[in-house]
Ligand binder design. Structure first.
Ligand SMILES: [Zn+2]
Length: 277
């Protein structure tokens, strides 16, 4: 993500782009120190693991962060209605909690989605931004996340990860080489050619942030360049939060992908297509 409008002065509180960061969902996490913002900016530019995206068919992936009850009850159903599956990133410390913006799905939803063929991914246990934890804390937090998910879904393996709030630090990103198959960021962009496996690019799928014209343009470009387009969203509701999508926008996105002959795959399966083990 792009940190917005910093003044460059040390100790400035730089609020990450509100369009990308539901910080007000019970967390008051910001770049408290100028150095944290620099660390994130460097981290997203330094690749440790890369892959070449060469595909026979363009791919679209839908991912749901946190994830609210509505992502399970409505989001998954919309994908399934089109024969597709998605990726659901769970911060296990929040399971079942009623938060300011939404109620987070519980363990039953995770089991149900897994049984339905969807991907369950890591999103930390605490849902703290990675850069706020030192390496040891980050590794322990991710281990707790993985252990909690595997208690619910014992056959989970080789999980992918999504950075809470899209934020990272260099040591945390480097650690992910041993902790996750690949990691999804909130950095906007298509995944085409050489990609950073620890910073897979994604577009927010929100009614507030993505017009139908932009959606069509993104799908057209992905199809024309035979790339991999990843969406991230949160709640799926008739009146979504600013971090979520209406059922109509999600349906239009899936239908638009299918109409263009694109494959709709969880991030897990897209990585397999790309040749990432
Ligand atoms: Zn999150």
């Amino acid at each position: 993500m792009q940190a917005s409008g910093g003044t460059g002065k040390p100790a400035t509180r730089v609020r990450p782009s509100p369009a990308l960061s539901p910080f007000d969902d019970g967390d008051d996490a910001t770049f408290n120190r100028f150095s944290d913002r620099i660390v994130h900016t460097i981290a997203r530019r330094v690749p440790f693991r890369t892959a070449d995206v060469r595909l026979d068919k363009p791919i679209v992936s839908f991912s749901f962060d946190d994830f609210p009850v509505s992502a399970h009850e409505t989001g998954a159903r919309i994908l399934e209605d089109h024969g597709a599956r998605g990726t659901f990133y769970a911060a296990t410390g929040l399971l079942g909690q009623k938060r300011a913006l939404w109620t987070i799905a519980g363990a039953d939803a995770i089991g149900d989605l897994h049984d339905g063929g969807h991907e369950i991914g890591l999103h930390t246990h605490s849902h703290r931004p990675s850069y706020m934890m030192d390496r040891r804390q980050f590794v322990a937090d991710l281990a707790a996340n993985r252990a909690a998910l595997r208690r619910i879904v014992p056959d989970l393996a080789n999980e992918t990860f999504a950075y809470p709030f899209g934020l990272s630090g260099l040591v945390q990103k480097r650690s992910l080489g041993r902790l996750a198959r690949a990691s999804r960021s909130v950095q906007r962009g298509l995944n085409i050619g050489r990609i950073d496996l620890d910073f897979i690019r994604a577009y927010e799928l929100t009614d507030r942030g993505l017009s139908r014209e932009e959606l069509d343009r993104l799908l057209d470009e992905t199809a024309a360049r035979v790339g991999w387009l990843v969406f991230l969203t949160h709640d799926i509701a008739e009146t979504p939060t600013r971090f979520g999508s209406s059922p109509a926008l999600l349906s239009a996105s899936v239908e638009g992908a299918v109409r263009r002959g694109m494959e709709v795959l969880p991030i897990r399966d897209a990585l397999t297509r790309i040749g990432v083990s």
